[in-house]
Structure formats: C-alpha cells, structure tokens
Design a protein around this ligand. Structure first.
Ligand SMILES: [Zn+2]
Length: 293
C-alpha cells in the first residue's frame, strides 16, 4: 500500500467562512482518526524510519489562524503530528497575498453587491465571457468577481479595492494580519509541541521560470526568517499554488537548488498517493477529495 499526504487549507466551520471551501473541525477530526487507524501518521522528517503500516502526513498550507485554533488543538488531542508551512510576507513585510484578500472579501460581502459596486468601472461583457474558467463556482456573481480580482484588474487595482474592504471589517490591515495568520509566538509553541514546520513562500507567487531568482526572492528569505525564529534548520518545502502553471518545470529546475540549500523533500498539489522517502517531490490529496469512512 502506498503512503498518503493529505492537504489542508482552512479548518473552520463552512458557515463562518464563505470565501473558499473549508473543512469543519469535526470533519477534520474524523479524517485524522480514520488516517490514524489505517496509517502511521508521521512528521516528514521521519519518512525514512520503518513503520508497520503505510505512512501518512497531515499537511497544511498558508498558516492561517484557524489551523492553530482548530487543527493544532485537535492534533494535540489525538496525539499525532502535523506539518505546517509558513509564509513570511504577511508577518515580516506586513503584506497580504491577493488571494487571501479575495477569500476574506468574499467571506464578508455578498458577491452580487460587490459586482454591482464595480460594474460601472469595468467591461461587463468581457468579464462575463472570460469568467467561464470559474465554471465550478455555482454563483455567477462569484465567477465574475473572482475573474475581476485575479485576472481583469492589475494586482495594484485589486489590492486597493480589496484592502479597503478588509480594513472596513477589521479596522486596519495590521489587525487583520494579527487575527488571520498564526503569530510567531504560536509558531514557536507549535514547534515545541512536536509539530513539523516547513517553508511555503514569501509573497505567495507562482513559479516564474527563473529558478535561482525564484529561490532568492520567494524561498530563501522565508527560510532564513523562520530558521532564526526557531533556532533550527528547516528542510521541508511546499510551493505556493503547487508552483502554478509552470509546476512541472518548477519541480525539475528548482530541485538542485533546493537540495544544495539543505531541503530534503517537497510537497506538490498534484493529486495522488506517494512513496515517502523515495523521490524529492510528493503528491498530495486534498481533504475535500479524500475517500474515507
Ligand atoms: Zn498557499
């Protein structure tokens, strides 16, 4: 039997977070209990140690506060480790990636109202046609506004609009960052409690095709920051957006640079089981696509 790496993002009640698809804490607990029964839940650092059952890693991207409040609490309760990957941009540079501003805005504001607010300033027909890429979204207004923020507007235009929305809810971006992301104090607590810590990114941008440059701007500053904070070497990497459209190229081109810099393993967004300890990159299965009972 092959090994399993489960991919988690938000672990919170779906009715309290409408900006994307979270897993409820209760469902999360059921999944980990299921995994505990059929697999040996391990830290990625222990992937070469022999086990009687196939291995499972419980992995988290983006280090949002719900992971500390809900997932970390449940993992402690069930006495199993998790693997959490960190972003340095929000904590160090105090800048929030666009996709988190989008999730937050869509969680607090009605899709139709947002669309009505912006629709005087944009080419409505163009957005309506091109927003088909989000056909998996049932609500048409959600398709329109997601296309608008992620593709139609420049990053600066989207950022200006979205930050204003988020500030109207949280009072300031600083307050938002403190409430939305796991703090450095909490990261230290999780590390001490036996959780595994990995690198996610600085600004959460997809791979741009220049490996060394990408390493220098998106990986190295994050690694340096959290190694200093935790006073230990961090050897695990999970690329943001799995690398993005150039994911396959990224896996090839970045490999030797990651190895030269002490990384031992990386986790992708490609769906599937894996054999831990064999290759550098490992497939994962999203928690919402996991077949379990
Ligand atoms: Zn991410």
């Amino acid at each position: 039997m092959k090994d399993l790496v489960i991919m988690y993002h938000y672990v919170m009640e779906p009715d309290q977070w409408k900006g994307s698809v979270p897993i409820s804490p209760n469902e999360f607990k059921k999944q980990v209990e299921w995994a505990k029964k059929y697999y040996e839940i391990i830290k990625p650092e222990d992937m070469n140690k022999p086990t009687t059952k196939p291995k499972c890693i419980i992995s988290f991207d983006d280090a949002t506060k719900d992971q500390y409040k809900n997932a970390f609490r449940i993992l402690k309760e069930l006495e199993v480790p998790g693997y959490f990957t960190l972003m340095s941009g929000p904590l160090v540079e105090r800048q929030v990636p666009i996709f988190h501003l989008v999730h937050t805005t869509l969680s607090y504001f009605n899709d139709k109202e947002i669309w009505e607010e912006v629709s005087l300033k944009v080419d409505k027909d163009e957005i309506k046609n091109k927003s088909e890429i989000y056909s998996y979204e049932e609500n048409e207004y959600r398709r329109f506004v997601k296309y608008l923020f992620n593709f139609y507007w420049s990053e600066d235009e989207s950022r200006a609009f979205l930050e204003e929305k988020v500030i109207s809810i949280y009072g300031s971006l600083d307050t938002f960052i403190d409430e939305f992301y796991i703090s450095e104090k909490e990261i230290i607590e999780m590390d001490k409690a036996g959780m595994s810590i990995g690198i996610h990114c600085v600004k959460h941008i997809p791979y741009d095709g220049n490996a060394q440059d990408f390493y220098n701007k998106e990986i190295k500053p994050c690694k340096n920051h959290f190694e200093k904070l935790l006073n230990k070497e961090i050897k695990l990497y999970t690329p943001s957006f799995g690398g993005g459209e150039k994911a396959t190229r990224m896996q090839e081109e970045l490999l030797h640079i990651l190895r030269e810099n002490g990384f031992i393993s990386g986790f992708t967004t490609q769906k599937g089981l894996t054999t831990l300890g064999k290759n550098f990159w490992h497939n994962r299965i999203d928690c919402n696509q996991l077949n379990y009972e």
